[in-house]
Design a protein around this ligand. Structure first.
Ligand code: MN
Ligand code: MN
Length: 295
């Protein structure tokens, strides 16, 4: 009898726990005092390149393979002949998040130099690859202008649907979970190599050769509690997540599977990530594989 009662009690407790977890998706969770204090640190919109310009990208049009574009919503190195960014870097805090709905207004980027091919909303049509955002739509919901900027084709790569819609979406959601908990994060996403497998098989290019399908897609996430002077607040104990995934529709949906070191991504790309962070801190955080929670 007592055992039955205990079991009923634990079932009831589990039930209320499940209910409160489900509630957290729409209602801000009640946090303990310390966490509240954290969340009270003002979230700001910070410099997208505060942690560095990984490839030394330049606004000179002679840098057609490493062309720097800085928008108010994100910064990138664009490659004219790949028709994609090499990397996109952006700051994410709750100051960027609002209630603007997804605009879905894919468009050519008219900020690309005149005479350069500008991928269009239909450049990927029928290819078996998604128009995969680098800076995600859901990270820029403060205004229609902010959200629309993420739909510029310069922010896209041909991404295998299962990579984009599962693995990548899971990590993007997790980053916003970290932001909801009172953190700001710096995200750098990039791609390299040539040839991927989407839902229509293996391809090296799309759009009559004007857009290159990358072989690998990576992301580096630096997590800081809300605050200022961010580059100088990165220490050897700062959480840095690095993943490198194949652009292949058969990949695993769990992003944690693809964790690697920043050093490995630097080696594969030739970039210097987090170059604005002191070299002694870089040497520690860039050599470590994250083993923190993944959701
Ligand atoms: Mn900051
Ligand atoms: Mn580095």
């Amino acid at each position: 009898m007592q055992r039955t009662f205990t079991r009923l009690l634990s079932l009831a407790l589990l039930g209320s726990l499940a209910a409160s977890c489900a509630k957290e998706e729409t209602v801000a969770p009640t946090a303990p005092a310390a966490a509240v204090q954290h969340q009270d640190a003002t979230a700001t919109r910070d410099n997208h390149l505060a942690l560095g310009n990984p490839s030394g990208a330049s606004t000179s049009t002679s840098y057609y393979w490493n062309y720097l574009m800085v928008k108010s919503q994100f910064a990138m190195s664009y490659h004219r002949d790949r028709g994609t960014p090499n990397w996109v870097s952006w700051h994410l805090s709750s100051a960027w998040v609002g209630s603007t709905p997804r605009q879905d207004n894919f468009a050519p980027d008219n900020a690309l130099p005149s005479g350069w091919y500008r991928p269009t909303s239909t450049s990927y049509s029928g290819s078996g690859f998604d128009r995969g955002h680098n800076c995600p739509s859901a990270d820029r919901t403060g205004s229609v202008a902010d959200n629309s900027a993420t739909f510029l084709m310069s922010n896209m790569i041909p991404q295998a649907p299962n990579n984009n819609q599962r693995t990548w979406a899971n990590l993007e959601n997790y980053c916003r979970t970290l932001v909801s908990a009172g953190n700001e994060v710096y995200v750098i996403m990039g791609s390299y190599g040539k040839g991927g497998t989407g839902s229509n098989g293996y391809h090296t290019t799309l759009d009559q050769g004007r857009v290159t399908v990358p072989a690998r897609i990576w992301k580096v996430v630096v997590v800081l509690p809300n605050g200022s002077s961010d580059a100088s607040r990165v220490t050897s104990s700062t959480r840095v997540i690095a993943i490198d995934t194949p652009n292949d529709n058969s990949l695993n949906s769990s992003w944690g599977t693809y964790r690697t070191t920043v050093d490995a991504i630097e080696q594969a790309t030739g970039y210097d990530l987090l170059s604005a962070v002191s070299s002694s801190v870089q040497s520690v955080v860039e050599a470590r594989v994250d083993n923190g929670p993944t959701s």
